[in-house]
Structures are given as C-alpha cells and as structure tokens.
Write a protein that binds this ligand. Structure first.
Ligand SMILES: Nc1ncnc2c1ncn2[C@@H]1O[C@H](COP(=O)(O)OP(=O)(O)OP(=O)(O)O)[C@@H](O)[C@H]1O
Length: 851
C-alpha cells in the first residue's frame, strides 16, 4: 500500500473501503453497470465463478454485470468466502468521482437473499465460548429472526443441539479454535469442540465482543426492550456474551442494526431429548452416511408443502422437547387430521399457496425490498379465510387452538389486494407494481404518459401524411430522446419546422418544438409515476411491518399445521400408528419397522434389485427395571443393525409427536439416545477406527442415565478378539451395574460368549435373528426371536459375498478344527491364537478372570 500515492482517486477510494473490511472479505466495487473486483479478490472470484480475469495496468481485475451479481454471490458464499458490496451512493456525474458506500457484507451465516438460502433449511450463525463454568452459546437465524441462547456446565450436553443445527458460520473468540485443536488428548471437551468446528466456516472476533455485560446491552438494544425479564432471562446469563457477539457481527454485515429480532429464547438441554453428534450421524437423522439428504430420517418423514414447515420439522428433530403435554398435543392433532381425509386434502392444497412469511419479513425489515415479497404476503393472507373454514370442520384441537393463532388480518389483505398488480415486477424501478384504480394521483400521472404516448404513436403517421415521406420514423434513444428520422433520399421533403439534431450514414435526425415539449412531459410523467409508486410501495411495506407480530405468529401456526398435516399423510401412506408416551420406564414396540429402510425397499429402483421385498416387522420389549438389556446375536446381514436402529428412530419419532412405523408402541420418556454403530476413521486427527469407537463408548458410559436409550453395535470389533470381547463384556456389566435399573439398551454382537451373561445378569435377555438353512445355504428372514444364536454363519455369508470357493473350503476346515478345540491344526502364517472355549458359572462374579 506504500504505492498509494500513485493510485488514481478511485482506487484510493477502493482501498479506503477495503481497509475497513474484515480479513478475507472479497470486495465487489460498483463501477457503472459492473461490480469490479481487484487484486487477489479478482483471482479468487475468477477461480470460484469462472469469470474472466483481466489486467488493469499491472494488477488483476474481474467484473460482473450489476444485474447478474445474484448469480455469482451464492457461488462465492458456497465456497466459504465473505463478500462486501460497495455501491454508488449518488448519481454519477461526468468528470467527478462518485461517492461510494458499503451497502452490506454477505457471509454464509448472515445472508438474507432468497437465492442464497436453501428455503427448506434453517440458516444459523452460531457463537460459542467456553470457560471454566462450561460452554456458552447463542444462535441466530437472521433470515427469520429466530434467536436463542444456552449455557451448560457440560460441553457434551450442549454440543448435540449445536451439531443438529448445522450452523452455516461460527463466531469464536480469537485463538479458541487453535486452543481446542492443540488441547491435550485427555481434554475430551476441547476435542469435541474442535470436531464440531472442523470443516465449518469460522470467523474469529476479539474477546471483548463476547463480554456478558456488553452482550446484554447489545441484545437489549437489538430487541428494543428495557430488560430481559419478559423472556425469562437473567441479565447475567453467560450466553449473553455470545448473543452480543452475534448481534455485533450481524450489524456489521448488514451495515445496520438487524430489525427482525423478535425475542430471545433460552435452550435448556435438561428439557430436550439429547442425541449426541455421533448418534446424529450414525442414525442418519439429517443426512445419510453418504452425506446426502436423501436416505435420511428427515427426508423419509418430510411431507411438508411450505418452506417454513420444512424448516420447523428440522428444528423439531434437532431439539425434541421432553414435554408430554406438547408431544401428545402434536400426536393427537395428527390423529384429528388423519380422521378427515377429505378436509386434510383440502387443507394441504391451501397450504401449498402459503409463501415464506418469516423470511419475507426478515428481508423487508432489513431493507431488502422486492415488490414480489409484498405479493407473497397478499397470497398468503388470501388463504387465511379458507384455512379458518377448514379448521372449524376438524376436531377439537384444530378447531380450537389453531384458529386463534392464525390471524386473518382482513384489512391488510384487502389493502394488498387492492393495491398490488397481479404480476409483480422484480424491481420497483421497473414500474407496474401498483394496480390501476388504487391511487387517483398515480392513475392521473399514468394517463398523462399514456395520452402522450398515443400522441407520439399518431405523430409518425400524421407527419408521414403531412410531408409525404412514407419512410419517416419517430424513434427514441437514451442519448437523444425522441426524434424524427428521415432517410437521405427524402431530405428535400423535410418541412421548415424540423430542427436538425444529428446525421447517420443513411439518415438525418430531427426534432420539432412540439416533440420537445411532449418528450419533457412524458419523461417527467414517467419519473413522477415511479416516484409515486415508490411512495405507495413504502406505505404498503409500513402497513405490513405494522402487522409483523401477527404475521409472524400466523406463519408459525401455519408451519406447524404443515408439519402435522404432512405427518398425517405419512401415517396414511405407510400405516403408522399413534404411540403412547408416558412417564414409565418401558419401551414396547409391536411390529416395528425401520422408517427409512422400509421406504427404500419399496422405492422403484431398489425394489427391482431386491425383488420387491417388504420389510419384516419386529417386536421390542425393554424396561429400565425389567428387561433392561437386549443382547442380539445372529449372522452377518441378518438385520441386527437395522433392528436396533429402528428402535432408536421409532423412539425419536414418538418424542417429536410423529406417529410411528409400528402396530403399537408405548414409550416411557427417553432423555438421551446414544449409539455406537458402524466404523468410521478420523484419520485426519490421528484417530484410528478403534479410538473413535472407544471415544464414543466412553461418552455413552459417562453420560447415560437410567432414562436413556442406548444402541450398541459390535462394540470391541476394532481390536484383537480377546481385547474386544473383554471390553464388550465389561461394558455390558457396567450398563447393568445398578441394582434396580439401568439405561434401556440394545446390544448387537458377534461375540457368542456374551450370551452366557444372561445367567448372571438378571436384566439381560438374549435375542437372535432367525435364518433358515437350506442345503448349506442360508436364507435371511429378518425375524428377531428370543434366545441366543447358536452359530454365526460368517462363512456362508462370505460365500454370498463372492469369496473364492477354495478360500471358503479352507475356512470351513479351520472353523471345524477350532470348534473341536483341536489346537493341533496347522495354520499357515501368520500364526493365530487358537480360540478357547469360555464357560461361565452363574454364581461367579469375577467372570473376567475366566477369559
Ligand atoms: N426387518 C427387515 N426386513 C427386511 N429387510 C431387512 C430387515 N432388516 C434388515 N434387512 C435388510 O438386510 C440387510 C442387512 O441388514 P443389517 O445391516 O441390519 O444386518 P446385520 O445383521 O447388522 O449385519 P452385519 O452383522 O454384517 O453388520 C439390510 O441392508 C436390509 O436391507
């Protein structure tokens, strides 16, 4: 920057703006009809968006047309960049440097434009801070105004919800990310935080932006309230530090205070069903193991027809509240909707016309004002009377609760209906947003324009007749305005009152005094019409924003109805039944199915491969104080993993208020779902498969309560047989430790030896997955039955997988010898330790000694 003296005034202006931006922000600098990008920014933009890189003097430069900027910004954001938009703040004048100002900074966590957001997903900016009192966090969806904060002594209790939110951007105190990354191995929390931050866009801010007292002041100011009592919050709540950081950052990026924050809610892990990050991944709740939305639980149960409904469903799954009254209310409402199929169909048809009110309000309140947003409000309000009529015909909950929450706002609706044109322009500057007949003044100005335009269109024919020049034309262009064009061959016919303006190759251009007067009138009238339209447009926005609270409340209720109506359709499509939830300690499922696998087996492409197999339902009986631990053995591929996962998913569905894929289901409220399934490496952090497995197991044993549900799949497989078996054994004993009750647990394993524990652990039950044998082949029937499996059929499954026959035969020989306890077998190198038979005396407490 020492060469600043040599810079042109415009480039000096560029650097002034650039200097004020946070590090790593790309600056798009408006220059006439283009946004220009310079230096390294240009190189990045060219690489990410594929735009041409040019050179100006000797520095790189790239540009995008201003009207196409919306095509490029999403690509830059998706690549994890922040983008600052600097616009011209006054009309350009020849020879004078135009004033420019930063309009907003777009970052993945603060963008509001519809085309930069996934409409069916929430879009969170999240701030985090950890100190000796625990983890403090706040999150904000700026596009809808949803704002929450939380604090927890245990990092492990808060991370589940933060992971489920999948924030688009994180705000951290400078240096924290590196501190967590480099923390000693035993600081499990720091590593969990590092894992959470890994791969996300992190923006670091100085620590003072996270101070609680300052945060409280910033938040009060943003919410426009005098204290936080109305939100049930203490002003010393440690989450206010991160909350303040969010507001500060949002204000910087919007270049104005965020105007759509409606309130601040406290999230409490104690009142939420916690699903730890590993389990969210393992159970494929929001994404499949391939990272796609398809194949996830969310996709399988999403039948919403509105964007706000889809987002609400995601929020409900991210943080299911442990409140029986609320869960029953939702599930009963699904029942009422399901009982009236005709009305349900009509309601869903009506909901299809609902627009995304929370995000429309978010944009209008934060100065992004597109005329089509107003039409969105109108179209939504137009549905309200029909929705009220339909609700009145439904059952009790729907007819009573929802109408009170859905405001018809008839005056606003009529106003918008009268004021807005049917087809709205995408920019108010295009004109035509306001309907004819709404405003007398606008109509008067428009008729002036119209009359004058008629005069103009008639001018051509009247002048042709008057002058006898058949090819005479009346034309318009930006630099001359209106003019009369006469070809050179006809110049001798030009009358005296024509004033020559310019010459082209084949013609000359003229004006007349009358034409000049009319031109002035037309341009003036057009400007006046646009100015009047803008005035009216702003009045309409004010009218909408005056009702923003009622609109937001209505939108919330409609989103809820959408989710519940979708669940009713789902229940009908897939024969789901209403679960019974209570305070008991049982988990009883009759004929339960896996919600995702079941749908996949029926999907046209899978059905062809699988020969249209249908899912085999299975029962489950667990209770903390009775049948606490189900140990499931059986061959590979028999369906153990599917079965234990289905129990976890059915539990989750029941606890968000959805009906479940089971004939009958009773669940005593579960406070946490833990899982240890599948194998995954974390090689980037130097953790082997076994290390990941043990970390997850440690987390379960340290955090599970007697109200928890645990599913464990083949734990101990990542190490040597004896070590693995010993660990699995000890884990089962630990879970059974308490004399009276323990967490409800499903434990799938290949270690046959564990089945003997049934003799000594009173709350353990053996189950196995049935298979049929036929001519040394096995057929999977996917049926869970009481009792331990007698053998594992690994070799038969290996044959199904296509292992060469010679290998299969040799494996059979080795197995035969091992099972006969004949250690004389000659095994080719490497030498394996022969397997010993393990027997357990029921009275023996110290089983481990026998291994
Ligand atoms: N109840 C069921 N009805 C129909 N098909 C099922 C059922 N359970 C499982 N399957 C099918 O069987 C396949 C294997 O199931 P799963 O992975 O659960 O077996 P597993 O016993 O855990 O095997 P492994 O021990 O090798 O991990 C699944 O891909 C699924 O399509």
């Amino acid at each position: 920057m020492c060469a600043a003296k040599k810079l042109t005034p415009m480039m000096q202006q560029y650097f002034e703006v650039k200097r004020g931006l946070p590090k790593g922000t790309l600056l798009l600098f408006r220059l006439g009809d283009f946004y220009e990008i310079f230096y390294e920014d240009a190189e990045i933009a060219s690489r990410v968006c594929g735009i041409t890189l040019t050179k100006r003097q000797d520095y790189p430069m790239a540009g995008v047309p201003y009207h196409a900027v919306d095509n490029y910004v999403p690509k830059l954001l998706a690549a994890g960049h922040k983008v600052a938009i600097c616009d011209q703040a006054e009309p350009a004048q020849a020879g004078k440097l135009v004033k420019r100002a930063l309009t907003r900074i777009l970052s993945p966590g603060t963008t509001l434009e519809a085309n930069q957001l996934d409409e069916s997903r929430n879009h969170y900016l999240c701030a985090l801070h950890r100190d000796k009192h625990g983890l403090h966090a706040a999150w904000l969806d700026l596009s809808t105004g949803e704002f929450q904060l939380a604090t927890d002594r245990h990092v492990a209790d808060l991370l589940p919800v933060l992971t489920a939110l999948e924030p688009a951007e994180l705000l951290l105190i400078e240096g924290d990310a590196a501190k967590w990354r480099d923390a000693p191995h035993e600081d499990v929390d720091a590593h969990a935080l590092h894992d959470f931050c890994h791969g996300r866009l992190v923006t670091e801010l100085p620590g003072y932006h996270f101070e609680t007292a300052d945060g409280a002041r910033t938040v009060l100011d943003a919410l426009g309230v005098l204290n936080l009592e109305g939100f049930g919050l203490d002003e010393k709540h440690p989450g206010l530090g991160p909350a303040g950081a969010l507001v500060y950052y949002a204000t910087e990026n919007l270049c104005a205070k965020p105007e759509n924050l409606r309130g601040l809610r406290e999230y409490r892990s104690a009142t939420t069903l916690l699903i730890d990050p590993a389990t969210l991944r393992n159970l494929e709740i929001f994404r499949s193991s391939r990272g796609t939305r398809g194949g996830s639980l969310l996709a399988a149960i999403n039948r919403t027809s509105t964007a706000a409904g889809a987002r609400l469903l995601e929020r409900w799954l991210s943080a299911p509240i442990l409140d029986l009254t609320e869960i029953r209310r939702r599930s009963n409402t699904v029942g009422e909707l399901l009982a009236e199929p005709m009305l349900l169909g009509e309601l869903r048809e009506t909901l299809r016309h609902i627009r995304d009110i929370p995000r429309i309000l978010g944009r209008l309140q934060n100065r992004l004002r597109n005329p089509r947003e107003l039409a969105g409000v109108r179209d939504t309000l137009l549905q309200a009377p029909d929705i009220h009529r339909l609700l009145a015909d439904f059952g009790e909950t729907l007819g009573r609760d929802y109408p009170a929450r859905i405001d018809e706002l008839p005056e606003l609706r009529q106003l918008l209906e009268r004021a807005l044109a049917d087809d709205m322009p995408s920019d108010i500057a295009e004109g035509g947003a306001i309907r004819e007949g709404f405003d007398a003044e606008l109509d008067r100005i428009r008729s002036l324009t119209r009359d004058n335009k008629t005069w103009l269109s008639e001018l051509e024919s009247s002048e042709q007749a008057r002058t006898g020049i058949r090819s005479l034309k009346v034309k318009y262009n930006g630099s001359f305005g209106y003019f009369i064009e006469v070809t050179k061959a006809n110049l001798h016919l030009v009358p005296d009152n024509y004033i020559r303006r310019s010459t082209t190759v084949n013609a000359e251009r003229f004006v007349t005094d009358d034409l000049k007067v009319k031109e002035k009138e037309i341009l003036h009238a057009e400007d006046n019409a646009l100015a009047r339209e803008r005035e009216l447009f702003n009045e309409l926005i004010t009218a909408i924003l005056d009702e923003s609270i009622a609109l937001a409340k209505t939108a919330d209720a409609l989103a809820e109805l959408d989710v519940l109506a979708g669940w009713a359709v789902l229940a009908r499509e897939w024969d789901y039944h209403q679960p019974q939830l209570d305070d008991s300690d049982v988990l009883e499922i009759t004929e339960g199915r896996h919600p995702v696998v079941e749908q996949m087996l029926k999907a046209p492409d899978t059905a062809v491969i699988r020969g249209n197999q249908s899912f085999v339902p299975n029962d489950t009986v667990l209770s903390s104080s009775g049948e606490q631990l189900a140990l499931i053995t059986g061959p590979n591929m028999a369906g153990k993993s599917t079965y234990i996962r289905q129990v976890a998913l059915i539990t989750l569905l029941a606890e968000v208020g959805c009906w479940v894929p089971a004939a009958k289901c009773r669940i005593g409220l579960v406070d946490r779902i833990f899982s240890r399934v599948g194998a995954s490496d974390d090689l980037a952090r130097g953790n082997s498969t076994f290390m990941v497995e043990m970390n997850e197991t440690a987390n379960i044993l340290n955090n599970a309560t007697t109200r928890s549900l645990i599913i464990l799949d083949e734990i101990g497989r990542g190490t040597s047989t004896y070590d693995g078996l010993s660990i699995a054994w000890a884990v089962v004993e630990h879970l059974h430790n308490d004399a009276d009750a323990g967490p409800r647990t499903l434990f799938a394993t290949h270690y046959q030896e564990l089945t003997q524990l049934e003799k000594s652990l009173s709350r353990l039950r053996n189950y196995s997955v049935a298979v049929k044998e036929w001519n040394d082949e096995i057929i999977f029937v996917h049926r869970i039955q009481p009792g331990a499996a007698d053998r594992s059929y690994g070799i038969q499954v290996a044959r199904l997988a296509g292992l060469p026959p010679a290998v299969i035969d040799r494996a059979k020989t080795i197995l035969g010898k091992l099972e006969s306890d004949d250690t004389s077998i000659e095994l080719s190198a490497p030498q394996a330790k022969p397997r010993k038979k393990i027997s357990v005396k029921p009275t023996d407490d110290a089983q481990m000694n026998l291994l």
